[in-house]
Design a protein around this ligand. Structure first.
Ligand SMILES: [Zn+2]
Length: 323
């Protein structure tokens, strides 16, 4: 093997956007809402992100919720996402946060109902899936494998899941309302770079045999290599540009694969569109939409400079053909 070529090649990055409608974000914090309601995520954030990606020449992956796909005015915006050359992937039908704990049948309908909506409304056969709330589970992986998906991107391989859940509980209004999983305890030691799954059992990235039997790849949400602290989306915005840039650099040097995740809600103006109220709102969703967009533009521009940025489905396709 030509080693000089290996080291010259830039590391790979995928940029993924969770297009959770405003109603879905509010439900994450125990509030109400319906997919048909006025929605700044679709109305403002998605067009702003499309403009940002166009300016940077980046093709990204947009994970969408089936219930949103069925709303006619939202469909028009998703058509623009496709026209711009981005990938559209499956983010379940109802955005049920506790997907990891659902019965197998319910998991199946959450995934397949969204898949059906994408096919019927957008004529898209989604190759990838992310469970709401990062609730990766064995039934999820099995349903994906059985239904011909290429990859799952539900895994958040952090050690800090319990801390993040505690914070989410503190700012969620209704006691006992569902809280994102933020990575199950067992995930704290799983791979932080992509790997082939074998019937849900974790294997190394080069296990060709596992790949032939279960050609489903796990593409985890990137965390910092040593402390495994999240650095994506709103968490990264809270911790600041310096922290995120350093994390991106460390991932590029060690893992050589970055999955940088942004939520549509991350670029919505929190003053005009409150998700919750009080200090939680100011802390989690503070900063104007313009400030937030500037932050993510700087991070994505930095990623584009140091990585080869590809659509997730195209990268996985390349790996399925043997790299
Ligand atoms: Zn989501």
């Amino acid at each position: 093997m030509d080693r000089s070529n290996e080291t010259d090649r830039p590391p790979t990055a995928v940029i993924q956007v969770d297009v959770d409608g405003f109603w879905a974000v509010r439900r994450c914090y125990g509030r109400g809402g319906r997919p048909e309601d006025e929605d700044p995520v679709y109305r403002e954030a998605v067009p702003a992100l499309l403009e940002m990606f166009r300016g940077l020449g980046i093709s990204a992956t947009f994970f969408v919720v089936g219930a949103d796909v069925q709303v006619p005015w939202k469909r028009k915006i998703l058509e623009k996402v496709l026209d711009a050359g981005h990938e559209v992937a499956n983010h379940s039908f109802n955005h049920a946060l506790q997907m990891g704990q659902l019965e197998r049948k319910q998991v199946e309908s959450e995934i397949l109902d969204c898949q059906q909506a994408l096919i019927e409304v957008l004529q898209v056969q989604a190759r990838g899936f992310r469970a709401p709330g990062y609730s990766c589970s064995l039934p999820v992986l099995e349903v994906l494998e059985r239904n011909g998906f290429w990859y799952d991107a539900s895994l958040l391989p952090t050690r800090w899941g319990s801390v993040l859940r505690w914070i989410a509980r503190r700012i969620s209004v209704a006691p006992g309302s569902p809280v994102p999983q933020f990575g199950a305890r067992r995930n704290r030691k799983s791979g932080i770079g992509p790997f082939w799954t074998a019937g849900g059992a974790k294997s190394g990235p080069n296990e060709k045999l596992a790949c032939q039997i279960f050609p489903l790849m796990e593409v985890p949400v990137s965390v910092t290599p040593r402390l495994r602290f999240p650095m994506h989306g709103g968490i990264g915005f809270l911790l600041g540009k310096r922290y995120v840039m350093r994390a991106v650099g460390a991932i590029g040097r060690t893992v050589r694969f970055l999955n940088y995740v942004i939520h549509g809600m991350d670029v919505v103006d929190g003053q005009r569109w409150p998700v919750i109220s009080g200090w939680g709102q100011r802390w989690l969703f503070g900063g104007s939409g313009a400030t937030r967009l500037k932050f993510f533009t700087a991070v994505c521009s930095h990623i584009r400079e140091h990585f080869e940025v590809v659509r997730t489905d195209r990268w996985v396709e390349r790996m399925r053909k043997g790299g």
